[in-house]
Design a protein around this ligand. Structure first.
Ligand code: 5GP
Ligand code: MG
Ligand code: MG
Length: 184
């Protein structure tokens, strides 16, 4: 998919970032994911669990385009800082729904090493859902360290640190409508 580019660079804290994936492309890709989910989950009344904070914009734009009956809720994972994955399994906070026998779809901002999603899936699967799948805005396939089956991926990217559209760099950049990558 090719869209007109209006390249831009921004400064967040000590780092420079340049525009990378524009809103128009993000939305076009999310439209395709929503159509796929509508087909796959017709009559299943899925429960979407959006992982805060990073997935808030993705969850909003995706769920507006999902046309089947569904429930939406939000979870958090205990905190995480800076540009590197720690590899620790993080605790799930705020899951108040009973997911037993439910079709759960986790909404994530980005899957990098896969540690976070792997740990999250283990915790969710222990509660006997009917099924669990992951929908992620971004996937870094070269970084994956787990044999994860991420069913819904809006966009795969190389191993670059990105911000915007929900993703932050130490607190900044979440509100940006486009995705930017670090200038190295
Ligand atoms: P994983 O556990 O898959 O290695 O990392 C997942 C988490 O790392 C994401 O939820 C996100 O918080 C953070 N992360 C990984 N790559 C990036 C990136 O390129 N940009 C930002 N802002 N966060 C990232
Ligand atoms: Mg995340
Ligand atoms: Mg972060």
């Amino acid at each position: 998919i090719i869209f007109p580019m209006h390249p831009r660079t921004i400064q967040l804290h000590d780092c420079e970032f340049s525009s990378y994936i524009f809103e128009e492309e993000i939305i076009a890709r999310i439209n395709m994911l929503a159509e796929q989910i509508d087909r796959d989950y017709a009559h299943k009344k899925p429960l979407f669990l959006a992982v805060l904070n990073g997935s808030f914009m993705f969850a909003s734009d995706l769920l507006k385009r999902v046309n089947i009956p569904c429930e939406v809720s939000f979870i958090r994972l205990s905190s995480y800082q800076d540009m590197k994955s720690t590899g620790n399994v993080r605790e799930v906070l705020g899951l108040t729904e009973d997911i037993h026998s439910r079709h759960v779809v986790v909404l994530e901002d980005i899957v990098d090493t896969g540690h976070t999603v792997h740990g999250l899936l283990e915790q969710l699967k222990s509660k006997s859902p009917a099924s669990v799948e992951v929908a992620t805005l971004l996937l870094k396939p070269d970084c994956l360290q787990h044999p994860l089956d991420v069913k819904y991926v809006a966009r795969s990217i190389p191993n670059d640190f990105v911000v915007g559209y929900g993703l932050d760099y130490n607190g900044l950049g979440r509100n940006l409508r486009d995705i930017y990558k670090i200038v190295s």
